[in-house]
Design a protein around this ligand. Sequence first.
Ligand code: ZN
Length: 273
Amino acid sequence: MNDQLDNLAIHTITNKPWSAEQCIAKYAAANVSAITFWRYNFEGTDPTTLGRQAKDAGLDVASLARGGFFPAASALKRQAAIEENLRAIDEAAALGAPSLVLVCGAYAGQSLDDSRLQIQDGIAACIDHAQQAGVVLAVEPLHPMYAESRSAINSMSQANKLCEALGNHPSIGIACDVYHTWWDPCLETQITRAAESGNLAAYHICDWITPTSDLLNDRALMGEGCIDLGKLSSAIKESGFNGYHEVEIFSNRWWASDQDDYLSAIIQSFRKI
Ligand code: ZN
């Protein structure tokens, strides 16, 4: 195993044109250490089988993406969201993933404060089940441009507050994604705060390019954009976090390219950080 890739994980969505089985084979052959699956990967295969295939290939399962989307207009819909998250927790456990990433959700018909309360209530309703399953619920703060639609949790500070409101439960954590948090002047302080509370559960990397042509699917490869990844990765390391650096890139541009060449480019840029 190449030492430099010991803490490299890749999300299957990064190589969306590949099947889960192709991702497993290609990442293992490239000496990547771990893989994060997305729930769409279970369309053809069950989580238990996929988790076993990854382990047999020598890959650790870093996480499962994703649960969340708790806020909704009615109690009935919020209950349905909770039940969906309980299923996702079971899938993470079957997969052998230590955490489930939460894109917490938001409902445009109400205030952000109301959405945040519903997120807290939704997580509280799932947390004992997560603990029994041995799965950490990793709250991923999303960039404020998604506050109305995808998540009312938009900064590491808010994620820290949410964990504290839930009593820093052992099954709650935070996924810090540089795409969503790089702009925040308090980012490094908040990374330290999360780590000191034992809540830093995941670290996602990519880059931000300008102009961004698509608010969801125009993320960049590390080194292409303006995020100071060297500085952030140092802050993550100094915080005591020793988990994977997970490459998660939604990119129409890269998805349209040759995926083998793209994987080589990912590994090259990871080595440069
Ligand atoms: Zn992420």
